[in-house]
Structure formats: structure tokens, C-alpha cells
Design a protein around this ligand. Structure first.
Ligand code: H79
Length: 443
């Protein structure tokens, strides 16, 4: 071949690869399962809501109400709200400490708010000046520090990003009118602001998940969601994206209302599915009553409830994304740290029954016993939070003669007897830890 012909062929090839956008909406179930594997195996993540709203901390002009929604709750004008940026200087922020808190809780991934509905960017964004570097005295790239600390600790780094934006004039929504903007141009916001910021986030911090929100505004459509989904996965094919990238989410229950919607998993918010689901799902929940930091919110959930929720979710095959709202000083509240540490202690004994297991929902033993199974099907786990007389009776498991039954955290197998359908397991005098315990039954 002549040199010029060769060059031409090369050019054609190059331009084909440069412009060929793959349609990731046509991915096979098997390919999706491979991509989702680490996420389903990891089961438990830590959500972080952090931004300018940590400064007012749930109070504006002496009136309470609102956390990360405070700008809307109190109809704060943009120019007023922007002033919080000048006060955002979290000198006590330590990325390694936050990641350690997540890790010792047993969380395997972190999802942090790169931008919430207020529109403020907590990383060094070249797309806007309304960011941590240009608008605050802090001038440290929070996402850079956190993504590096996550990488060092073996924690998956993920980002929450709001489609709705109360700060960008072009993003102005019909549904949120209190900011005055003439002629907003949502397409311009989408093409020249939202997408460039997301491309920047992927290139700079390599998030494993993009967790969208604020998709319910009328300006956003399912088609835009599908386009965005493809745009992002063409940049990073292994990316996992929640269903709020499109419009299919059915209210707070969070699962899709129709088939073939954009996004990889359903997003129940402050609730847990009633049963299992054919779709991937993750329940996101708060530790107290708010996502963002609110100084007067003392409505803390008990560790018992948090562990019960984790077990319930694992037994239904879902993921649990549990939130912390750090202060404007850069600290995760002590009440959160204490509860997370207790969860971590519990998981260090019972982890085998939670991570990388399949949920089992067809065994019915009341509310106090939930079941999971190892992926190879060789072990069934019965996780219980109540027992009487140091024994536990079950009818759903049917161990074979000679099968061993263990209590996680105790090395010696337990003795068990069978009477008809009822299997009675003798528990040790002292059980390891509090909150809940796990029987491991060899199938
Ligand atoms: O970031 C946290 C909250 O700030 C955010 N999502 C969590 C993870 C959140 N935004 N709004 N809400 C929670 C509640 C909003 C509910 C509604 Fe709707 C929006 C009611 C009507 C529009 C959700 C979407 C339920 C129906 C459509």
C-alpha cells in the first residue's frame, strides 16, 4: 500500500474509534452482572452529605428548618446563600480519618456529594468559580484528598451529584421559583455545565459509582437520562450509575416504574423494600433525622436498629448506604462515629453472613430471624436478634444428618436435634457480642 493510502486508512480508523459511541443501554444481563459484582458483594457503604449547608447547620436568621435543603426551605436568595462559602473553612477535615471511620464501620465504599441541589462544587472545578478553591478560604480539594485516602485504604470512591441546581442561572427549574432568573436555558446548563463537570469528575477522581439526584424537575427527561448514562459510560465503561439518572424512579420507594429505563440500580430513600427484587437496589438512610449536618438534630437511631436494617437489607439482597453529615469544622459527629464503630465490631464477627452473600426471603421465621446464603450455596446463615433459654428453633432449614452448625465467633460446632420439621440448636452460655448473632448451617 502506498504511504498516503495507509495514512488515509489510519485516519479513517482513528476517527471511527474517536466517534463511535457505544450504546450501553443494550448491555447483556451477564455483562451487567459482572460490572455490578463488586457492588453487590460490598453490601454496605457510607454516604457523606457535605457542603456549604454545614455552615448554617439547620438554622437561618434564628429560625430552624432545612439541612442541605436550607436554601429552598428559607427561600434564601442566591447572593445571600453564596456568603456561606466565605465562612466554609473546615480546618479539622482529615480525609484519612473519615475513610478510617468508614473502614472500621465495615463500609466498603463511600459516596460523597460532589454537588448537592445548592449547586456548590466541593472540588477544584475548572467549569465554575462557585467551588471550594475559588469561593472559600479553605482552598483544599476535598475530593482529591478523599479519593486518594480511599484508594490507599482499599475503599471504593463514589460520587453523589445533583442534576437540579439552584445556583446555575440556566438550570433554573419551573418547580423552584424563588431565585429570579430571566430566560433560563436548561439545554445550555446540561451541555456546557453539567456534562463538563461530570467528565471532569471522572477524569480527576475516577469514581466507581455516580449517584444522581434531583432528577424529578420537569426540565429533565428520560431521554436526557439515557443520553447522560451513555455519555458517562463511554468515558468510563465500568461505571455504575443509579436510576435517578433518568425519570423511572417511583417516589421514595425508589424502584423503577417502567422497563428499560436508564440506570443500574433502584434507590429506596429512608425505607427498605418489603421483599426482594429482580433489580439491583440500595436503601439510603440517615443516622439521625437529616442528611446534611443539623446542630439540633438529636434524633439518633439506635445501633440495634442500624444493625437490624443492615441484616434486613442483606437478607433481601440489597445494599445499605448509611449517611453521615459532617460539621463545617470538618468533623463527623461523635454520635455517628460511635454507632458506626459498633456496627464495625458486629460485622467483624458476622461479616461472612453479610458480604458477598445472596439474600433468602422465602424462609419464614418471624421478624427476629433473617437468612442469607453463601454464593456457592454450601452455607446458609440464620441471623437472629432474639433467643430464649439458650436455644433457637427453626423450621425452614433442614440440615442433613451430620451437617455442622456453627455460631459465628465461636469455633466449636453446636449441638442440634431434629423433631419432625423443627431443628433445635443449643446455643453457648455466652454469645459473642450484642445486637444479633449468626448460625452458619452447612448444607
Ligand atoms: O440528598 C438527600 C436529600 O437531600 C435528597 N435525597 C437524599 C439522598 C432529597 N431530595 N428531596 N428529597 C430527598 C425528598 C423529595 C421528594 C420529592 Fe418527589 C421530590 C417529592 C416530590 C418531588 C421523590 C421524587 C418523590 C416523588 C418524586
Amino acid at each position: 500500500m502506498k504511504k498516503t493510502t495507509l495514512m488515509m486508512a489510519g485516519l479513517v480508523l482513528l476517527s471511527c474509534t474517536a466517534f463511535a459511541q457505544k450504546n450501553y443501554l443494550e448491555e447483556s444481563k451477564a455483562d451487567k452482572a459482572k460490572r455490578m459484582q463488586w457492588w453487590t458483594d460490598d453490601t454496605f457503604g457510607m454516604f457523606i452529605h457535605w457542603g456549604l449547608y454545614a455552615v448554617p447547620a439547620g438554622e437561618y436568621n434564628g429560625k430552624g428548618g432545612g439541612a442541605e435543603w436550607i436554601m429552598e426551605t428559607h427561600k434564601i436568595p442566591t447572593a445571600e446563600y453564596e456568603k456561606f462559602a466565605g465562612q466554609f473553612n473546615p480546618q479539622k477535615f482529615n480525609a484519612k480519618e473519615w475513610v478510617q471511620i468508614a473502614k472500621s464501620a465495615g463500609a466498603k465504599y463511600i459516596v460523597i456529594t460532589s454537588k448537592h441541589h445548592d449547586g456548590f462544587s466541593i472540588w477544584d472545578s475548572k467549569v465554575t468559580q462557585y467551588d471550594i478553591m475559588d469561593a472559600t478560604p479553605f482552598k483544599r480539594d476535598i475530593l482529591k484528598e478523599l479519593s486518594e485516602a480511599c484508594k490507599a485504604a482499599g475503599i471504593q470512591f463514589c460520587l453523589y451529584h445533583s442534576i437540579m441546581d439552584w445556583h446555575q442561572p440556566d438550570a433554573k427549574s419551573k418547580d423552584y421559583k424563588h431565585q429570579s432568573t430571566e430566560n433560563p436555558d436548561f439545554n445550555k446548563y446540561r451541555e456546557e455545565y453539567l456534562k463538563p463537570q461530570l467528565a471532569e469528575l471522572i477524569k480527576k477522581y475516577d469514581p466507581a459509582v455516580l449517584w444522581f439526584d434531583g432528577e424529578w424537575i420537569p426540565e429533565w427527561t428520560e431521554q436526557q437520562g439515557k443520553d447522560l448514562y451513555n455519555y458517562l459510560r463511554n468515558i468510563k465503561p465500568s461505571l455504575i450509575i443509579n436510576n435517578r439518572v433518568g425519570k423511572a424512579r417511583g417516589g421514595m420507594e425508589g424502584m423503577n416504574k417502567y422497563e428499560n429505563a436508564a440506570g443500574d440500580f433502584g434507590t429506596p430513600e429512608q425505607e427498605i423494600l418489603k421483599g426482594t427484587s429482580q433489580d439491583y437496589w440500595e436503601s439510603c438512610m440517615t443516622l439521625n433525622g437529616n442528611w446534611g449536618y443539623v446542630k439540633n438534630d438529636n434524633n439518633w437511631k439506635s445501633t440495634q436498629l442500624l444493625i437490624d436494617n443492615l441484616v434486613d437489607i442483606a437478607a433481601k439482597g440489597g445494599n445499605y448506604l448509611l449517611n453521615v453529615g459532617p460539621t463545617a469544622e470538618g468533623l463527623i459527629p461523635d454520635q455517628s462515629i460511635e454507632r458506626l464503630a459498633e456496627m464495625g465490631k458486629w460485622l467483624s464477627v458476622n461479616k461472612e453472613a453479610i458480604y458477598a452473600t445472596n439474600g433468602i426471603t422465602n424462609y419464614k421465621e418471624g421478624d427476629n430471624i433473617k437468612f442469607t446464603q453463601s454464593k456457592d450455596g454450601k452455607s446458609t446463615y440464620a441471623i437472629f436478634n432474639k433467643y430464649d433459654n439458650n436455644e433457637l428453633s427453626l423450621t425452614s432449614i433442614q440440615p442433613k444428618a451430620g451437617s455442622k452448625i456453627y455460631l459465628l465467633g465461636v469455633s466449636k460446632p453446636l449441638t442440634w436435634t431434629k423433631d419432625g420439621n423443627a431443628v433445635t440448636v443449643k446455643l453457648p452460655e455466652e454469645l459473642p457480642g450484642k445486637y444479633a448473632w449468626t448460625l452458619k448451617i452447612q448444607n
